[in-house]
Design a protein around this ligand. Structure first.
Ligand code: FAD
Length: 469
């Protein structure tokens, strides 16, 4: 055990420390299939906000960096440490309160997302954000990334549901902005500053959430097309007719080649583009959307199938969560990004990503939250091949350029993390960058929280170590 580990054992107790193999599992996130793995001088699992405050105060005193980690499902390498102390929030996982009469909940940051879904549901309520790995991700991680997901189209991303945040910032100060109150404009909106901060401003320890009444019914529909253009036309009609289904997802030919066989219903043989959508709400409301949605989807469709509300819906949502893994299984790895463009440019983004794949000589595919303009453009790689990795890197650089050209962003939901370092400068101007870095300086003057992430600098000495990126 190192001196640092012994100090932390004294500070937090032996049960908070993870060493050897037990520590290894904390050194990667969902970017592992791209080959990204870090290291930490110590891995700790505090059990309370007070523990976190003590830890941060100690790290601040000794100039040691701290990387917060939720469920480790992030796709940006945000929770991957490159030295310093890895602080996992899994031990801070109490549901403090659930108030069905107020449509609200107060949960600790380490509560797993699916637990919030289930708790809300069992009380007639609904927590809409549903990033695909919800059985593993944590609420703190969702807030730290402002995670989206299929239902963001109608309901908004995680931040929309956050009415309060408790966080530990520099020197171990515990700060709280907001709470159960749905509206509170007394202060600068620092709660929103913490939403999406990716662990670079402090450690989120408690979250107050706004919930919704649970939709009475959810009616899923699948529409198949033989060409991207036909599917995109249908998406445009949904927008053009002013329809607001709960989800509006797409899957291109490559994604269907990887995962289409396990789709819960038989798809027409020449399906090259699939749209999944859900009409939800009160029964009358959901039924009322059915006809116009079907009309919007039907023109040029090979098939439009309404699926069963109960069994089919669950099967489709499970299938949707598995697409990423099915794609990875094609060649053993993938490099995937979450560019987002204005909805009007979605076809150009989908086609542009495909053309980049052809140019760099890697199989590619995309799928995503079409309604929100999010394109998960993906290059399939053999993760052991450095040639594939360098081709993918070239492709990703072109992809980012494409998103900017189309008026979009390099990240619509996963965050900049580590893998998109260097991108912020291309996306915002000098004055904006100065303001963002000024905010970082106030929350974290010694730049010890999650160095090298979210374009906030630091971590430079490690750059060469992950040459694959
Ligand atoms: C199969 C699959 C599908 C996915 N689908 C989606 C999707 O549809 N939409 C979407 O948005 N994302 C999706 N993701 C990405 C991921 O699930 C989300 O980004 C999720 O919000 C990450 O949560 P986590 O708890 O795993 O965070 P981690 O991966 O542990 O951390 C992510 C970032 O948050 C920071 N962080 C974590 N906890 C805290 C805390 N308590 N305080 C401060 N900072 C913290 C970390 O430092 C890191 O920067 C998917 C991932 C997988 C594997």
């Amino acid at each position: 055990m190192s001196g640092l580990q012994r100090d932390l054992e004294r500070l937090l107790g032996g049960e908070a420390l993870r060493t050897g193999d037990a520590a290894e599992t904390y050194l990667h996130d969902a970017t592992e299939m791209q080959g990204l793995r870090g290291w930490a001088d110590a891995v700790v699992v505090p059990q309370s906000t007070a523990d976190v405050a003590r830890l941060v105060a100690w790290c601040y005193k000794h100039g040691i960096s701290i990387v917060p980690r939720g469920g480790g499902t992030g796709f940006a390498g945000g929770a991957v440490p490159f030295g310093g102390v890895l602080c996992s929030l899994e031990g801070i996982d109490h549901v403090r309160s659930l108030e069905p009469e107020n449509w609200s909940a107060e949960v600790e940051a380490g509560v797993v997302t699916a637990r919030v879904h289930n708790l809300a549901r069992s009380n007639g309520l609904f927590f809409a954000p549903d990033p695909g790995a919800s059985s593993q991700s944590q609420i703190g991680g969702n807030v730290a990334c402002n995670a989206g997901g299929p239902h963001s189209f109608k309901y908004g991303s995680t931040g929309v549901f956050v009415t309060g945040i408790e966080a530990v910032i520099a020197d171990g100060d515990v700060v709280r902005f907001g709470g159960h109150c749905r509206k509170d404009v007394a202060t600068y909106d620092l709660r929103s500053v913490l939403v999406g901060s990716e662990g670079t401003l402090g450690i989120l320890t408690r979250i107050w959430l706004r919930l919704l009444p649970a939709p009475e019914v959810t009616l899923p529909v699948a529409a198949a097309y033989s060409a991207v253009a036909d599917g995109v036309e249908a998406l445009r009609r949904v927008y053009g007719h002013g329809l607001l289904p709960a989800t509006l997802e797409y899957f291109d030919e490559g994604a269907l080649a990887a995962a289409g066989e396990t789709f819960p219903r038989q798809l027409p043989a020449n399906t090259r583009f699939l749209i999944l959508s859900e009409s939800d709400g009160g029964r009358d409301e959901a039924e009322a959307l059915r006809k116009p949605l079907e009309e919007a989807l039907a023109e040029k469709a090979l098939s439009v199938a309404w699926l069963e509300e109960s069994g089919d819906l669950r099967a489709i949502q499970r299938w949707r969560s598995g697409v990423s893994y099915a794609v990875s299984a094609q060649r053993g790895g993938k490099v995937s990004e979450d560019i987002a463009v204005p909805f009007a440019n979605i076809e150009a983004a989908i086609e542009g990503a495909r053309e980049i794949g052809e140019r760099i000589g890697l199989p590619s595919c995309s799928w995503g939250h079409a309604g929100d303009g999010i394109v998960h453009a993906t290059f399939l790689i053999d993760a052991r091949s450095s040639d594939d990795l360098s081709k993918a890197n070239l492709g990703i650089a072109e992809l980012f350029e494409l998103s900017r050209r189309l008026g979009g962003t390099v990240t619509g939901e996963h965050g900049l993390g580590w893998v998109k370092r260097g991108q912020l400068e291309h996306q915002v101007g000098t004055a904006e960058l100065k303001l963002l870095r000024g905010i970082k300086d106030i929350f974290d003057p010694a730049h010890l929280f999650n160095p090298g992430k979210k374009g906030m600098g630091g971590g430079e000495r490690e750059v060469g170590l992950v040459s694959a990126f």
